[in-house]
Ligand binder design. Sequence first.
Ligand code: NAD
Length: 481
Amino acid sequence: MQKIQNYINGELIAPLDNTYIDNYEPATGKVYSQIPNSKEEDVELAVKAAEAAFGEWSTCGIAERSRILLKISSLLKENLEEFAKAESIDNGKPVWLATQVDIPRASSNFHFFATAIEHFASESHYMEEVKAINFTTRKPIGVVGCISPWNLPLYLFSWKIAPALAAGNCVIAKPSEVTPMTSYLLSKICIEAGLPKGVLNIVHGLGQHAGSAIVAHPKVKAISFTGGTGTGKAIASVAAPMFKKLSLELGGKNPNIIFDDADLEKALSESMRISFANQGQICLCGSRMFVQKGIYETFKKRFVKMIDELKVGDPNNSDSKMGALVSKPHIEKVQQYIDLAKEEGGTILTGGTTVNVGGRCEEGYFLRPTIIEGLDYMCRTNQEEIFGPVITLTPFEDEEDLLKMANSVEYGLAATIFTQDIDRAHRVADQIEAGIVWVNTWLLRDLRTPFGGVKNSGVGREGGFEALKFFTEQKNICIKY
Ligand code: NAD
């Protein structure tokens, strides 16, 4: 059985106490590899390596850092097939999805930040009346921690690591213990690309051991975290009293809003992705669909039919629109929410059951895409994050009615609006409580734009220069002449 290794001080090594955790393939329900169950002492080793590497990495020059990150980006592209397959085995997503989205975007993240750092300028402020000039330098923080979730494993991992490294920091990173494989493959690519030892250290393991050791380590000066809101809260409670810089990208319960005047065909096909892409396990998926009363019945009928026909199957098959959910505990959690929805008075319009897709996937974690109608907008099913292929469908009267329901949740990550009325698009986008709003599209990403949520969906922004700002410390120098 394949054993994943930690990547510390430029080498692939076993965890110090030599203990491992089983890693399951969600499509088959079988253990297929093992990952280090790293502890505090492994994190300590990684921090020592990072500290030792920081001096040289932070001063080697932007061009050199950029060169190495570009090399990593192109090696990811060259190894697309191997990475996409590994991501699919680990996560349960269709291979075609990892090939088209996850891995190319991970490669783009390295490319983007390798070049963004060359254009990252600092500010100066001239005080004409007193003849003084302020200039503000931005320097890397030092050793930083990056912790990521399982839904878009390499994509989100690289979204943190790339800007941290580009800015000149040394990194202790932990991927999710549920999907460690592509970050392990990335460590091999970093060696091949000539990344100096200790600059990036990847420590595998559980949140309560390896993760919390990274967060609590006094030498780790900033934490960039993506994951659940509860975990974010626990991390903040440790990191905030230590005055660490914190970026928290957390949960969501996003509204997908369809007005009477929407382009129906576009709203239908985009809503299929918005609701069920990656088995509904994208933080930006819309899990609460609001449809205006005038088109509600027509939309419902057509959408339910479309989803009914959606093929759930072996992630290796190119005609499988949806693959497996990420783990047994996760599918059980999602099923509990379907039971809760029924208790709360909801009607299942389609789905609601597991699927045996047969063959090698007999024991896999497959669930039919599920649409539920008839729930109060304040009930738990409509308020809590499910993070699976389950959406609710709710009619609304007008903008006022819609905004009351859409903004009723504790989260505020993303929203989608379908309308052909430009004034309405602006009005609603302006009043929706979310960090990201898409109108007549979804998941269209310009890497320069700020990414993140409001309310309990997080603190801070990733993306573009926001990420480079997060991973640097400012100093203002005022000179009078
Ligand atoms: P999770 O919070 O359980 O775990 C995320 C990471 O944190 C994992 O690597 C885990 O090992 C680690 N971790 C767990 N406990 C920790 C602790 N006490 N200290 C340090 N690290 C710890 O989340 P998950 O189940 O992997 O991912 C799903 C969640 O992620 C959903 O809530 C989803 O909305 C959210 N998410 C948010 C975004 C975003 O950009 N806002 C993107 C993707 C996923």
